[in-house]
Design a protein. Structure first.
Length: 168
């Protein structure tokens, strides 16, 4: 039978003789503390409103670009404002990893490394969104030309991206 905890502020380590106690997950305390601090900062700075606004600006800007380039049938941006995702489609309206690969190649060339889903954070500013949209527009111009000329694969410097989770 376990001895009751002593009333002093220090625990007698002999209590561990009668129970199994592991420090394996002690590291989780750090992540809990980080999560609490993050929540506090998000509340204090109205972070969720800011993230929503920045994501909406990105999505609205992307829609404006694809409309001006007349490529609404090739690409769209979907998802929540905090995590928008761009998609690309071939002439048969199937998802196209080839076109997405070309787009991602072109944005990397211009200084943006992204997978299809993007994560908006409290640190993003209007200027970040504006710069991203400028890069997106330039990359989408390349994509449009390649699709029109049926040269998407020819424009790729590497392999077509592959899904992380594949059908078996």
């Amino acid at each position: 039978m376990l001895n009751p905890l002593p009333s002093s502020k220090f625990v007698d380590v002999k209590i561990f003789d009668d129970i199994f106690f592991s420090f394996t997950f002690r590291g989780e305390l750090d992540s809990i503390a980080a999560a609490k601090k993050t929540i506090k900062i998000l509340k204090e700075k109205k972070g969720l409103d800011h993230i929503d606004l920045m994501g909406k600006r990105l999505k609205d800007g992307y829609k404006k670009i694809i409309k001006s380039l007349k490529i609404e049938q090739i690409t769209k941006m979907i998802g929540f404002n905090f995590c928008p995702e761009y998609l690309f489609f071939d002439k048969n309206e199937n998802k196209s990893l080839e076109i997405q690969s070309l787009f991602q190649q072109e944005i990397v060339r211009r200084g943006i490394l992204s997978r299809a889903g993007m994560f908006i954070s409290l640190s993003h500013k209007n200027s970040d969104i504006d710069n991203t949209l400028i890069v997106f527009e330039k990359a989408l111009e390349v994509v449009k030309e390649a699709v029109i000329k049926d040269k998407v694969i020819d424009r790729l410097d590497g392999d077509v991206i592959q899904p992380v989770i594949r059908k078996t």
